[in-house]
Structures are given as C-alpha cells and as structure tokens.
Design a protein around this ligand. Sequence first.
Ligand code: BES
Ligand code: ZN
Ligand code: ZN
Length: 505
Amino acid sequence: MQADAGYHGLMTVAKLHLSTSPASEVEADVLVIGVIKTESGPQLVDDSPSLSSFTEALGAVGATGAQDEFLRIPASGIGANAVAFIGIGDNELSPETLRYAAGSAARQLRGAASIALALGAQSSDDTLAVLEGAAIGAYSYDAYRSTKPEAAKSLASDITVLSQVDDDALIERARIIAHATHVTRDLVNEAPGELYPETFADRAGKLAALDNVEVEVLAEKELEEGGFGGILGVGQGSSRGPRLVKLSYNPAGATKHLALVGKGITFDSGGLSLKPGLGMIGMKFDMSGAATVMAVLEACAKLGTNVRLTAWLCLAENMPSGTAIRPNDVLTIRGGKTVEVLNTDAEGRLVMADGLVVASEENPDAIVDIATLTGAAVVALGNRYAGTMGDKQLVDRVIAVADRVGEPFWPMPIGPELRSMLASDIADIANIKAGTTAGGMLVAAAFLKDFVGKRADSSETIPWAHIDIAGPSDNRGGGWGYVGKGATGIGVRTLIELAEDFSRP
Ligand code: BES
Ligand code: ZN
Ligand code: ZN
C-alpha cells in the first residue's frame, strides 16, 4: 500500500523487541526508565542496584514522576548512551498507565534510532501494553512536509521493551495493533482533496489480498440499483461520487458474525446548511469511523480472529452545489424508509442509515457503528471520551472491552422521549429536531436506532451499539501519552478486542 503514488500514508511500525536482560546492560541509544510519583518523591520503577546512581540524578533534573514528564540526561557505564526519565504518575501501575508512559516516551523521544524501555513490565498484559504504547506513540504525520524531519529529529525505529516475559506472540500482536492504529491515523490525517470516496475505496480494495477477505465496492450505479438513498443523497452535491465499501472477513469455522458500520464523510462542509469557516476546519476527520472499521478488519484478518466480520464503509463527500440536497428534500433510505432532510449538515446519520439497514440484512449477531456523528458529543463528553449508546447489554460489553484496552468509552442513554422529536410533516422521519440542540448526541442515536433491523424470523431487533467519536477522534491540543497531534485512532483497539470477544465461545 505504501508504495502507491499519491498515497500519503507513510508511517510504518517501529521494529519491536523484548529483552529480559538487566536495564543497565541493554544496548540502545537511549534507555528510558519509568519514574513513579510517590508522597516521598520520585522513584525509579526499576530498582536494580546498577541503576541506583540515577536515583540521585532524579533530584538534580527536578523530576517529579508526573505523567508525560520527560527528562533526558547523558549516561556512562551502562549499555545505553543516554538515559531518559518518563513520568508514570501516581496511579497504580496498570497496563494503561504503562501504555501511556511508553507512548509518551516514544512520542517525545526524537533523535534516538533505538530506545529501550524499562517500565517494570512484569505480566504479559503489562508487556503488551508497553509494546503497544511505544509503537503507537512513535507516530508522526510528515507526509506533506517539504523538508522531512532530519535524521536527528526522527522517531525511534527500533524499540526494545525490558520485561520478565519473553514472548514473540506479544510482539506480533503489538505490531498488528499499532499498524491498524497508524493506518487509521494516516487516512484521517490525509488531505481531503486526495482522500475522497473513490480513492478511499481503492485503498480498501487492497485488503482483498488478505486471506479470507473479500472486498466489494458499490459505485453510483450499484448504489442506485440498491436503493441507497442516504449515501447517494449526501454525495450528490460533490463532483466526486459516493461509494459503499463492503469488507468481509470470513474465516472457516467462525460461528459468530459481527457487523461494523463506519461513517466515511471524506469532507463535511455541511452542504447547503454550510458550516461556518472555523467549524469546517478539521472536517477531513469525518471519515474516522470508516477508517477505523477498515483497519480493524485488516487487523483481525492478520490476527486470524475466529469471527466473521463485515465492515461497511459509508463514503461520501458533503458539499454544497447546484446538485446538492436541499433542506426539505426527502431521501429514501435502503429498505424504503423516507427521511426529510431539515439540515444537510446532519449528513452522517443519512449515510449511516443505509449502512445499518444493509448490515442488518445479513442478520449478524450484533452491529456496532462508529461515527464522528455530532458536535453535541464534544459538548457533552469533551475530547477524550467516546459516547456509547444502544442496547444496554451490548453497550456494557463494548465498554468493558474498551476498559480492558485503555480506551475511555462512556455510556449515554437513548431515552424514549427522543424519537417523537424527529417527526416529519411529510416523511417517515426528519434528520434533526429544528430549533434545539438539547441532547444532540442522543437525538442522532435515536435517529440511527430506527434503521437497525430485526433478527431473521423474529420480532427482536439485532443487538446494536453506536459509538460517537466526534470528540476523541482528533487531538487538536498538544500531545499526551501515546497520542500526538491530529488523528488519534480511538476505537481501533476496542473494536479489535470486541471482535476477539465475539470469537470466544
Ligand atoms: N461531522 C459533524 C459532527 C461534528 C461537528 C464533529 C463538530 C466534530 C465537531 C456532523 O456531521 C454535524 O455536522 N453534525 C451537526 C448536527 C446538527 C446539524 C444537528 C452538528 O453536530 O452540529
Ligand atoms: Zn455535518
Ligand atoms: Zn459529519
């Protein structure tokens, strides 16, 4: 994929190693040692005698052990050329605090080709977290810089994690997860003039090379034949037509089927309900959900996860023009339900409606959708938490899995009072409640709920969860932990873990 002309995804995963050697003996440009914040002051997490001299240095450089604190000093008499202290904070050591610290160090450490991380990893979970954090933290998006960062400023390409556990399977897993995160970030960070529905679908097409993976791309003609009025309607204002990509991973012997639906608006101008200038900045990220489900399917295929997965990428560019949909237009979603469009900027739910209907037709065991759906999600939950809505049992399961992999997901309700707000004067449903922003994230979820289908031969609806990542998908502030500026890749780890959860009997 990376050799393609015009493909601006350049980030590869660093080489990862595990070592059970004492920290003082490991050869690397920089040895990173974790520092815990305690009431009696900062403490090295690795208390081996050969490192005790660095305890004095802690005071000299003013280390406190706070999270994201990064201090680098020269070193002699050990295998590494320099030492860096990374703060772990005062939280209990857990996979997430270790993932965070490893990522923070890898992100802030530039100019060292090889780094070794002594963060006190004991268990397999700890070790995987450090590997993952370091690999995910060592990311920066430089595709459009005319001067590439000189060697002196580049990120580590070789990462050794010191651990009691030496297991190549952990390295392989961390590589696959980091690759999925990087792919998602690359796609989200790429300029919208280059990544549009057709080129996005082309990238997805490459996954057909993987075992047990099939790719189907529906262009305008097929979308018309299939009655995908939401995707077509949103896409009709753009000179670049919409696409629906179906990615199927179907390993022999899988007993469960999980469907994933991703919002893929490659640029959201708002359409005729045009966004104001400032509000439009960053709207290239409105395809984060589609990028996430694509990367998750790739990762699961590589991991050989024993679950059938179908990922639906609902791709369109939302533009204002003489051919664009207007407020008051009525679209017919796949399956026949009609939607009166009262605001063309509430376009995500229109493309997702088609995606949820077609995903339901295959009668999967569950449907999870992920979307940068509402500005209201940012108001409600800020920039770190992903709002999680839908069927309680599935929502609880998604959140439990998110907790396990250190992604902050938070449950939000879809109350029974919401659906009536979307009554339309002329169609089956309206896409917004005009004149109020109250509970906007929940209203959008209530809209989506209407399009989740029933289980075959039953009146029960298919278990469904909806994840609104409008807040955490894009990091506009400074870096923290394993997250740098721009696309974060939130949701990737959770959905991989969820797929694995479904693969267990
Ligand atoms: N892509 C946006 C959601 C969004 C807005 C994400 C701001 C991050 C920051 C979505 O398509 C949208 O514009 N939603 C509208 C809905 C409204 C018209 C009901 C919004 O949130 O303002
Ligand atoms: Zn919009
Ligand atoms: Zn949008």
